[in-house]
Design a protein. Structure first.
Length: 191
């Protein structure tokens, strides 16, 4: 991954009792959170299985072991829910950053297009894209595909380079509304 889904977001929280603003800088890795969710949910499942092994034991030791396993499972379940909430917040912050980067790139394309004296239709012909795609890029209406970015960079009149493209535009984020489909497998099994 290009940025490994790192996001730095500032969250302002107003604390009414103290009449102060609390500014937190959060740097969370979405992949790390996904690994935590998987790890803790696996542990919770395993501890529930172990507790089931002691279900029929009626002695004090068996009941205590079962209760301990169930307690560990419950705590792991709480952690999983906390990681899921954090993942949702992180993905929402990533979407916000991507939206800002997309609008900045769209303004840059529009500025370079007008500077070059090109209309949207002329630019679409030069780039090999539809004129609606050019409009969507300039308005930041939709997510920009890598193919569209490459086509716009290939137009010499725009004088765009990969340095003008924010890395956030190239990130994959399941929360951004795009469909991240896996490639279809043919009937022979080849991708």
């Amino acid at each position: 991954m290009l940025m490994a889904s790192f996001i730095e977001a500032s969250i302002s929280t107003y604390i009414s009792s103290m009449d102060k603003h609390l500014l937190l800088d959060i740097c969370i890795d979405a992949d790390w959170l996904e690994r935590r969710i998987y790890r803790d949910s696996s542990r919770a499942s395993r501890w529930r299985q172990e507790a089931g092994r002691f279900y029929w034991r009626t002695d004090c030791e068996g009941s205590a072991i079962r209760a301990a396993y169930l307690t560990q499972s419950l705590q792991a379940s709480y952690r999983v829910e906390r990681w899921r909430r954090n993942l949702a917040l992180t993905q929402a912050a990533i979407v916000g950053v991507q939206r800002d980067t997309r609008s900045a790139f769209g303004l840059l394309v529009k500025e370079r297009r007008t500077t070059a004296g090109l209309s949207r239709i002329e630019l679409s012909r030069l780039a090999g894209l539809d004129d609606k795609t050019i409009g969507n890029v300039e308005r930041a209406g939709f997510f920009i595909s890598r193919k569209s970015i490459e086509a716009l960079i290939a137009v010499p009149e725009l004088q765009l380079s990969w340095a003008d493209v924010g890395q956030e535009l190239l990130e994959e984020n399941p929360a951004d509304g795009r469909k991240h489909k896996r490639p279809r497998r043919s009937k022979t099994g080849a991708v």
